[in-house]
Structure formats: C-alpha cells, structure tokens
Ligand binder design. Structure first.
Ligand SMILES: *Cc1c(COP(=O)(O)O)cnc(C)c1O
Length: 388
C-alpha cells in the first residue's frame, strides 16, 4: 500500500548538481557557499544579517546566549511547539514558562501574554526572552507582541521554523521589524531543506557578531576583537565559550538551490490548503483559520475534530488514518506535559487552550509534491475514519 507522509522534501536535478559541484570543489566546509546562502536568504527576507548553522535548535541556542539569557532569567514560549523552542532556555541555565495559545490561530495568545506580563511585572519575574512560534507557518500577531515586549523590556526571538516564505502585513518573516532574532529550520519536512540546517537572522550588528562567534567555538580572527595585537598571521583568539554549530558547504549549496523555489513552494502549499478547505468544509472539523494580517508559510495543515459531533475518538480517527496509509501527525504534544518538564511543576491544565487543541488536532499531509489524487485519498480516508 502506498503511504502518504505528512511532509516531504522536493529534490530536483539542479539541487543534486549544486551539491555534487561542491563535492569536487576545494571546500566542503568554511568556503564560499555558506556566505552566499546567507546573503541570499538575508536579501530575500529583508534582514541585515543571516548566520547559517547546523540546525534551528543551534540557532535558538546561540540566539538566547547572544541575548544574554542565563541563570536566574526566564524564557517564555508557547506550549504548542516543538520542544526545541523551550529547551534553548534550559541550555542557558534559564527557567522556562509558557503562555497559552489563541484558540483560533493556535499561536501564542496576545491576551494571555498581556495578563501574564502584567502579573510578572508585579512579582518582579518578567522574562528576559520571549520565543514566539509561527505555528504551521502562520505568523503571530507581531505588532501587538512587540508593543508588549517594549513596554516590559523583553527580547523577542521568532521561531520561524515553519514560516520561511510566509509574510506578516505583506512583508517576509525574517525581516526583524518586530523581533531581535528570527530563526529558520531547513529540516527536510520544513519549507526548504539543507538536510539538517538552520539560520539566525538579525538586524543588530552586535547580536550578529556574538552569534557568529558562538557558532564556531567563540574564536575570532578579527584583530579588532582581540585583547592584544595578533602574535602573527597564524593567530586567533578564543574570546567566548562557543560551539561547533557550523553549516557545511554541501548544505549551503542545497539550500541556495532550494531557495530559488521558495515562493513556488509556498504558493503550492496555498493551492493545496484551499483545496483541502473545500473538500473538508462539510465535515465535523475546523479547518485552519488565517489571520487577515498574515500570509502563512503553510508548513502544516492542522484540522481540529469537533468531537461532540462524532461517535469516534480522536485517537481512533488518527489510528484509522495511519492504518489506511495516511501519515498523519500531531503537532504538537504540549511541551509542559513532557516528562522532562514535570520537574518544573507544570500541571496539564495550566494551559487549557493548548490541552483543548491537543485533544482535537491532526496534521494532514502537506508538501509541494502532494498530488490531487493523493489529497482526495486523504479526504476519503478521513471520511472513512469518521465513519461518514
Ligand atoms: C523543526 C523545529 C525546530 C527545530 O528545528 P531543527 O532544524 O530540526 O533543529 C524548532 N522549532 C520548531 C517550531 C520546529 O518546528
């Protein structure tokens, strides 16, 4: 039986040629392709600096460090995200807390954020960093979030792992109008891929400099950044405790080639989403809501079952779809319910909208090469699963 996954990369001959060309060149890492990929992405989305790294997880880590997140500080994020959006805070020794989601967009709720910040200000426990996540590729309400962050002196990281190619108020995500750092992921299920890979974008020279150093051992070869004159032309200095988070030339060449098709990919996802909207409109479920300020990257197409209008359970629908060869998924298990996070004392009901979402959500297959025939198969399998 053919299996339809929930997400899948698209690799074309020019991608293969670009990677093979690097293999036979002088540089497999630390050559010209990484900076070329960085400038191409920066130019595309309108950011001043772009730093390619080996994953979005690494990008989140160095972004937090560059923003001086450390012991005693708080990082806040949404519970409905991949664990990496929260773990970056723990890597830095900070404490992590969550803000419940908006029941329509499933992104961080501006109302919940407003209330929680007000309370934290009184208790002297404001977060240093807020990681907002553009879930499914739909940008968060950045203007309102930025206004709150400015009022309370909070730094913003946009986890845009789902959202490259998406737009907020007509401008590409990544331009940094409303945040300090934006992070992209290039994992194969995401919008464009470098196999593993990520990027941190910023308009701040200072943050870019820090992240550049942190991704490569905290080492500098720039005499201006050294504590004394170089001992000689071989000289470098380690001025910070960094990591090896570098992206390879092979990955950058693949990314550069994929980037040329970014807008087509996102447009294709929109065509598929509109078709799903039409095919699903009479079923007992909620299709994704798109906020009028946003053009989603549409990494995911998440439906929510109206459980009180059906006799089958969420789990039964999910299992039936999988058994019928439809590789549905659930994005995401609320992070605060993960065993590792239990040590911090979270209760499931601390974030009730996130839990409501978790009880009803299913990600349907969504990727540029999904055919209409496959899409129709997904919908008939869903009807079968719902016993319709
Ligand atoms: C995929 C993803 C990440 C991690 O990306 P990697 O490149 O695999 O490290 C982080 N946050 C979100 C929201 C993601 O979907």
């Amino acid at each position: 039986m053919s299996y339809i996954p929930y997400g899948k990369q698209d690799i074309q001959q020019p991608d293969i040629d670009a990677v093979v060309e690097v293999l036979t060149s002088d540089f497999l890492t630390q050559g010209p392709k990484v900076p070329a990929f960085e400038s191409a992405v920066a130019q595309k989305v309108g950011a001043k600096h772009a730093l390619a790294v080996n994953s979005a997880t690494s990008a989140l880590h160095i972004a937090c460090l560059a923003l001086d997140l450390g012991e005693g500080d708080w990082l806040w994020t949404t519970p409905v995200t991949f664990v990496a959006s929260a773990n970056c805070g723990l890597y830095c020794g900070a404490k992590v807390d969550f803000v419940d989601i908006d029941p329509n967009t499933y992104n961080i709720s501006v109302d919940a954020l407003t209330n929680k910040l007000e309370k934290a200000a009184k208790e002297n426990s404001l977060p240093k960093v807020l990681v907002v996540v553009h879930l499914c590729g739909q940008p968060c309400e950045m203007q309102a979030i930025k206004a709150l962050a400015d009022k309370y002196g909070v730094k913003i990281i946009e986890d845009a792992s789902h959202a490259i190619g998406g737009k907020y108020q007509g401008d590409y995500i990544g331009n940094g109008f409303y945040s300090d750092v934006t992070v992209f992921s290039f994992h194969p299920v995401k919008i464009i891929t470098t196999a593993e890979g990520g990027m941190a974008l910023t308009n701040s020279d200072e943050l870019a400099g820090k992240m550049d150093s942190l991704r490569s051992h905290g080492i500098t070869r720039d005499p201006e950044l050294m504590t004394h004159e170089p001992d000689g032309s071989w000289y470098y200095q380690q001025v910070d405790l960094g990591f090896n988070y570098r992206m390879t030339e092979l990955q950058a060449a693949l990314g550069l080639s994929q980037l040329g098709r970014l807008d087509d990919y996102v447009a294709k996802r929109h065509t598929l989403a509109e078709r799903y909207d039409g095919l699903l409109k009479d079923l007992p479920l909620t299709c994704p809501y798109q906020h009028p300020d946003t053009y989603s990257g549409l990494h995911l197409y998440v439906i929510r079952l109206k459980l009180d209008e059906m006799s089958v359970s969420h789990k039964a629908v999910f299992d039936s779809l999988r058994a019928q060869g439809v590789g549905v998924n659930l994005h995401y298990i609320p992070v605060h319910t993960q065993p590792y996070y239990q040590q911090f004392g979270f209760e499931a009901d601390d974030f009730p909208e996130a839990m409501n979402y978790y009880r009803e959500a299913i990600s349907l297959p969504m990727y540029p090469n999904l055919t209409e025939r496959e899409q129709s198969k997904v919908v008939s399998a869903l009807k079968e699963a719902l016993s319709l």
